[in-house]
Design a protein around this ligand. Structure first.
Ligand SMILES: Nc1ncnc2c1ncn2[C@@H]1O[C@H](COP(=O)(O)OP(=O)(O)O)[C@@H](O)[C@H]1O
Ligand SMILES: [Mg+2]
Length: 287
């Protein structure tokens, strides 16, 4: 029998939650233009990658917007009626997921769950008080996350999660430099690669893409562009919510969406033209 969110995670404890980060537009401003960009990503996932349930959000280097995107994506997925969404912090060197969501008690979390067989996923996942979202924080930071990430228990737990939830969104380590993200690639169904406009070094993006099984690359999401929204969208969404400007399009790399970019200027690797779907979101530069 299908379990409800209430059965899957701990009862909501309001004392564990405080205010969340304002950049999490899909949660704090769900009717905004920016939240709509994430809905387009959700639509692409549901339409083109329906079999993929365990989704890793990664990038070439730290600071490109993985955590921001992972939470916003989980937020729009959680808007579906009866949605059951789990978001997990796997960026164990620099965990920030729980903190960004306003979770004040981070421990026990994923690291404890992997090391202690007496703990259960259902017992540790925290139900968000407002959204159909369960959150599994890292628990603690590890300087060497290797043992956790390669652990068969982690793979089993995520398989269990994929059966219980509609989507499992993973805030993963960056791909370049360290092995971390590659350790989980066997059981992640697909990766969304975040590219920070004007920031992600093109060479490192290409290296990261080369490390990835092309079948598992769902698409690229551009984050942090400073181009203005088009007049159409500006009028449509009104200007009061336009603090984080941006545009978004989906396409096949040949420019069949609306929008005004062709990719390379933002550091898009030429190899991405082999992708079935290139997802691009441009969400306004971090202030
Ligand atoms: N589109 C955006 N608009 C504004 N600020 C952003 C945006 N994306 C990321 N940021 C900010 O940039 C910083 C790094 O983003 P984060 O999601 O933590 O990156 P990562 O998880 O890849 O290290 C955070 O302070 C975050 O709030
Ligand atoms: Mg992060």
């Amino acid at each position: 029998m299908t379990q409800t969110m209430t059965q899957l995670s701990r009862a909501v404890d309001q004392r564990e939650w405080s205010r969340m980060d304002e950049h999490l537009v899909s949660l704090v401003d769900s009717t905004s233009f920016e939240a709509d960009q994430y809905r387009t990503l959700r639509h692409a996932l549901e339409r083109t990658h329906a079999a993929k349930k365990v989704i890793g959000v990664t990038s070439a280097v730290p600071g490109d917007g993985k955590t921001t995107t992972a939470i916003n994506l989980a937020g729009v997925l959680a808007q579906a009626p009866d949605a059951r969404i789990l978001i997990v912090d796997l960026d164990l060197r620099t965990p920030s997921l729980g903190d960004r969501l306003g979770l004040t008690v981070q421990s026990p979390g994923l690291v404890d769950l992997v090391f202690d067989p007496a703990l259960t996923l259902d017992g540790l996942a925290r139900r968000h008080p407002q959204f159909r979202l369960a959150v599994l924080p890292a628990g603690r930071a590890l300087t060497v996350p290797y043992e956790v990430l390669k652990s068969p228990r982690l793979a089993e737990l995520m398989l269990q999660a994929s059966r219980q939830y509609d989507y499992v969104i993973l805030d993963t380590p960056p791909l370049a430099a360290v092995q971390d993200a590659r350790l989980i690639a066997d059981w992640v169904d697909g990766f969304v690669m975040i590219v920070a406009a004007h920031r992600t070094p093109r060479k490192l993006l290409e290296d990261a893409l080369n490390l990835m099984d092309p079948a598992k690359l769902i698409g690229l999401v551009f984050n942090g562009e400073d181009r203005l929204r088009s007049g159409y969208y500006g009028d449509y969404y009104g200007s009061s919510k336009g603090k984080r400007r941006g545009w978004w399009r989906t396409g096949n790399g040949n420019g069949n969406g609306h929008g005004n970019g062709h990719g390379n200027g933002n550091g898009l690797a030429h190899g991405t033209s082999v992708l079935d779907t290139v997802l691009r979101t441009v969400l306004g530069r971090p202030r």
